[in-house]
Design a protein around this ligand. Structure first.
Ligand SMILES: Cc1cc2nc3c(=O)[nH]c(=O)nc-3n(C[C@H](O)[C@H](O)[C@H](O)COP(=O)(O)O)c2cc1C
Length: 131
C-alpha cells in the first residue's frame, strides 16, 4: 500500500489590529478536526505564520477561506508541498509565539520547512517571525 500523501502549506501574513486570536483558534480547531487538518499558528502581535497540512481537498478549501479572511492581509505562501506523513500531526491547530513555552522550538520546526527555499522566502519568514 502506498503512503497516503498530504499537502502542506506554510504561509505568512500581517494581522489586523485588535483581532481575537483565541476566536480564530477556536474556529480553526473545530473545522480542522472535521476536515482532517493539523498544523501550527504562530502569532506575535502583528504577523501570522501558519502551517496547515492534511488531505489535498481539505487543504485547498481551507486555504481558500483563510486567504480571503479580512482579519489578516498580505497572505504570502512560503512553502506548498506534498508530504508523505504529517509533520505537525499532534494538533488540530497548535498556538505558538515567541514568548510562549516552546516558542523557540516551534520556530525551529517551522524554519526547517524552508531548507530549500529561495532567499526571498527566507526573508519573508524572518520578517514575520522577527527571528
Ligand atoms: C490567521 C488565520 C488562520 C486561520 N486558520 C484556519 C484554520 O486553520 N482552519 C479553518 O478552518 N479556518 C481558519 N481560519 C478561519 C477562516 O478564515 C474562516 O473564517 C473559517 O474557516 C470559516 O469557518 P466557518 O464557516 O465555520 O465560520 C483562519 C483565519 C485566520 C485569520
Amino acid at each position: 500500500m502506498p503512503e497516503p500523501t498530504y499537502r502542506q502549506i506554510l504561509y505568512a501574513s500581517r494581522s489586523e489590529a485588535g483581532i481575537d486570536v483565541d476566536h480564530i483558534l477556536q474556529q480553526s480547531r473545530h473545522n480542522n478536526a472535521v476536515d482532517g487538518i493539523t498544523g501550527l499558528l504562530w502569532h506575535d502581535g502583528d504577523h501570522f505564520v501558519q502551517v496547515i497540512e492534511g488531505p489535498e481537498s481539505s487543504i485547498a478549501a481551507t486555504y481558500a477561506r483563510i486567504a480571503i479572511d479580512p482579519r489578516h492581509h498580505d497572505v504570502t505562501i512560503l512553502s506548498d508541498r506534498p508530504v508523505g506523513a504529517r509533520e505537525f500531526g499532534y494538533w488540530s491547530m497548535e498556538r505558538a509565539g515567541k514568548s510562549m513555552q516552546d516558542g523557540a522550538v516551534m520556530l525551529a520546526r517551522l524554519e526547517r520547512r524552508l531548507t530549500n527555499a529561495p532567499e526571498t522566502v527566507r526573508q519573508a519568514f524572518t520578517a514575520a517571525t522577527k527571528r
